[in-house]
Design a protein around this ligand. Structure first.
Ligand SMILES: C[S@@+](CC[C@H](N)C(=O)[O-])C[C@H]1O[C@@H](n2cnc3c(N)ncnc32)[C@H](O)[C@@H]1O
Length: 264
């Protein structure tokens, strides 16, 4: 399927929803990323690709009831779920179901624009970043966070190395539209006319298998759906992953590129 990278976000089964709730849950490791947004009470914030809304709520907490966060996402269930979460938490966050680009908001409407782990999936990352810049007010801050599929390090033992390479390659071939988005972000921000553009990379090593839900619900599933790897091989690979975790020989790094720019 040519646009699997988009379709797999429109149709998400219950099992994957449960996994994303775990994978995208708030974690204190997100704090340095959120800090880059320089949030204050009263600000209007846009969360581009808000997903299940865990991070959106953290943004809403920081702008308080005098501010407001708007989340936009292609997946209808994420939008409904995130809206319910905000209501239950008594926070001010509205969610809109819409694909992007374009972003259906007025020029210079938001004080802050945030986009985390989304730009690898859109039809055009350059148009999306240009839209993020367009909807940001003068002096506003834009922050994007993304990984880079050619900088993933996964080690689960020598015997599984070749299979790991094939599964990651098969997964990359269909799951994302822009696998090298991480290294491109800085240039995209500059091209969009954002100023004072700064990039940093955050990378923690997972040696205990925290990434298992992601490996199972994303990488393994994408590899299966690609048709390039036999399902029984994917199952065998997942057994290797579990064995490596059990033996204390699991090693996974997924560097996150954090880029920040100012709208003039
Ligand atoms: C990996 S999730 C990240 C969610 C959220 N930013 C977070 O970090 O918790 C990617 C999100 O981008 C959304 N998405 C992907 N492509 C999209 C598109 N073309 N238009 C709108 N949303 C899209 C998906 O539905 C999904 O919620």
């Amino acid at each position: 399927m040519a646009d699997y990278y988009k379709q797999h976000w429109i149709d998400i089964d219950a099992g994957r929803h449960a996994a994303y709730d775990q994978i995208l849950a708030y974690h204190p490791a997100l704090e340095p990323l959120i800090k880059a947004l320089d949030l204050k009470p009263g600000l209007k914030v846009l969360d581009v690709g808000s997903g299940p809304g865990h991070t959106t709520l953290e943004l809403a907490r920081r702008v308080g009831l005098s501010g407001k966060v708007t989340g936009v996402d292609i997946n209808a269930e994420f939008v409904a779920l995130a809206g319910k979460r905000a209501k239950d938490a008594g926070l001010k966050a509205d969610y809109i179901q819409s694909p992007f680009p374009p972003l259906k908001f007025a020029d210079r409407w938001f004080d802050r624009v945030w986009c985390k782990n989304v730009l690898e999936y859109v039809d055009s990352s350059s148009d999306t970043v240009a839209e993020m810049a367009r909807v940001t007010a003068s002096g506003g801050v834009v922050v994007a966070i993304d990984s880079d599929w050619d900088m993933i390090a996964l080690e689960i033992g020598a015997a599984a190395r070749e299979r790991t390479e094939r599964i990651l390659a098969a997964s990359k071939a269909i799951a994302v539209h822009e696998p090298r988005i991480g290294r491109r972000l800085h240039g995209l921000f500059c091209d969009a006319g954002l100023t004072e553009v700064k990039a940093e990379i955050l990378a923690g090593a997972d040696t205990v298998g925290r990434a298992l839900p992601m490996l199972k619900s994303s990488f393994a599933r994408y590899a299966r759906d690609s048709g390039k790897v036999e399902p029984r091989e994917v199952d065998a690979w997942l057994e290797d992953v579990d064995s490596a975790v059990a033996a204390g020989r699991f090693f996974f790094v997924l560097p996150q590129f954090v880029v920040r720019g100012i709208k003039r």
